[in-house]
Design a protein around this ligand. Structure first.
Ligand code: ZN
Length: 202
């Protein structure tokens, strides 16, 4: 989507890492919470998002990994509004829990650079268990182990699923069948975004 539309991608995980690595003031503040094992407060994450939006998002932006609860959605909407911005759509890619578990538990990542593979859908071409690009070993992230995935799904159903109603009520929700082939889902999302962009410019 980033390449299709030239939209900046704002992933909150990447954003936190970037701020920490660059040693920014926001990064140091966030690091303090993370070292204690606490969640980074919403206000801090939203300040990072707004900074990106201001810097790169004149013509729109893609937000990934945030918000994850109705409270976060409201805080984000307020913050955007104060800056004269708003969300155009919330994309819901739907898949049942078993499909999610099968897909995530097959994910592998290389030790050196985090290049991603999948044991079924995108295995390494050179040697099993090793990265094609830098030759380092692949491992399964703690996040992608079946037990952890089940816990993440429980949190999703409890905290994040209410966002479906939240965005539906505001007319922003767009649904996609995430059990289809990746290129099919990609095509559907792309068509929807293209339409939304046209409407925004009319
Ligand atoms: Zn690699």
């Amino acid at each position: 989507m980033k390449d299709d539309f030239g939209l900046p991608y704002i992933g909150t995980g990447d954003l936190l890492r970037k701020h920490k690595d660059d040693g920014t003031e926001l990064g140091r503040e966030a690091g303090g919470y993370m070292e204690k094992g606490d969640l980074v407060p919403d206000g801090l994450v939203i300040r990072m998002i707004l900074e990106e939006v201001e810097e790169k998002g004149d013509d729109g932006f893609l937000l990934d990994g945030y918000p994850r609860s109705a409270g976060q959605a409201e805080a984000l909407a307020d913050a955007l509004e104060e800056n004269g911005r708003h969300l155009t759509a919330a994309l819901l890619i739907e898949a049942d829990d078993e499909t999610v578990i099968r897909r995530l538990s097959g994910r592998r990542q290389c030790i050196k650079s985090g290049h991603l593979y999948h044991v079924d859908f995108d295995p390494p071409k050179n040697e099993d268990g090793y990265c094609d690009i830098d030759g380092t070993r692949l491992f399964q992230r703690e996040d992608d182990k079946p037990d952890t995935i089940r816990k993440r799904l429980a949190t999703y159903h409890d905290k994040t699923e209410p966002l479906i109603d939240y965005y539906e009520e505001r007319g922003l929700l767009r649904r996609f069948d995430g059990t289809r082939e990746p290129n099919v889902v990609h095509g559907h999302v792309r068509a929807t975004l293209a339409t939304l962009r046209l409407e925004e410019r009319l």
